[in-house]
Design a protein around this ligand. Structure first.
Ligand SMILES: CC(C)(COP(=O)(O)OP(=O)(O)OC[C@H]1O[C@@H](n2cnc3c(N)ncnc32)[C@H](O)[C@@H]1OP(=O)(O)O)[C@@H](O)C(=O)NCCC(=O)NCCS
Length: 228
């Protein structure tokens, strides 16, 4: 068995993290959560207390932690937890689900979670604390910043850049060489064909950029060709 580790956050994502830690044979010490009663059990693991007990745990020699707060829709929730834990000199092991495939030329920072059946292709770089949810594809030369959230099924073409804190929705598609700016939010199933500025929003189910009045790629071509 690996070393001891604590989990920060007792919400829904904690259940996924607990399963992953068990698969990877970590010794799960317990959960820290400020808004949940001590003693509550999540997937067989007890809540030990709130953030006030972190210094004591650190003194006892527990140094590994995983941030199980997804912070969907507000990256600051997740990032502030990382900052608090960094101040106490915790370590953040990167966790890769056994069914994910990460090419050997990929560079991963600490604190990353790569969930089931994701694929990270050649020479991609992933920053600290980024959450790569289930079934995500990051194609070759991806450049993903810190504390990015890639939701289930997001598809990134080659040489895509996603800057720090951006949130990419479920099933979103990001075209070749496109850059998604810092803190941008890409809604579920959006199609992103051009760069998105920092703090930009692409709504769920839409195509970016929105081209007014354009209904087909070339007026001379039928958009849908019936095969005789
Ligand atoms: C990525 C994400 C965080 C942000 O996407 P988003 O589209 O900006 O956020 P939401 O879907 O919550 O929509 C936010 C707002 O935009 C509106 N909106 C989104 N898409 C829209 C559309 N196509 N047309 C009109 N309004 C739209 C919503 O109604 C909502 O309005 P409000 O702010 O007035 O309430 C979100 O898509 C998401 O939660 N993704 C997946 C979460 C996940 O990872 N789950 C798995 C693990 S739990």
């Amino acid at each position: 068995m690996q070393k001891g580790i604590i989990i920060y956050g007792a919400g829904g994502h904690a259940k996924t993290v607990i399963s992953l830690l068990r698969l990877l044979d970590w010794n799960i010490i317990g959960i820290i959560d400020d808004g949940v009663d001590k003693g509550k059990v999540v997937s067989g693991i007890s809540v030990l207390g709130g953030a006030e007990i972190l210094p004591e745990l650190r003194t006892q020699g527990i140094e590994n932690v995983v941030n199980a707060v997804g912070g969907i829709g507000n990256y600051l929730i997740r990032w502030r937890i990382f900052e608090r834990l960094q101040q106490l000199n915790f370590r953040f092991p990167t966790l890769i689900h056994p069914s994910a495939f990460v090419e050997d030329t990929v560079t991963l920072a600490d604190g990353i979670q790569v969930l089931a059946q994701s694929y990270i292709s050649s020479e991609s770089t992933i920053g600290f604390g980024t959450l790569i949810n289930a079934g995500v594809i990051i194609s070759h030369d991806g450049n993903i910043g810190k504390c990015v959230n890639l939701s289930p099924g997001a598809l990134l073409a080659g040489e895509v850049t996603v800057e720090d804190f951006a949130q990419i929705g479920m099933g979103a598609t990001i075209n070749l060489e496109v850059k998604v700016g810092t803190r941008a939010r890409i809604g579920n199933s959006a199609v992103v064909k051009k760069d998105v500025p920092a703090d930009g929003r692409v709504y769920a189910g839409t195509v970016w950029p929105v081209v007014s009045g354009k209904v087909r790629p070339k007026d001379s071509e039928p958009y849908y060709r019936k095969i005789a």
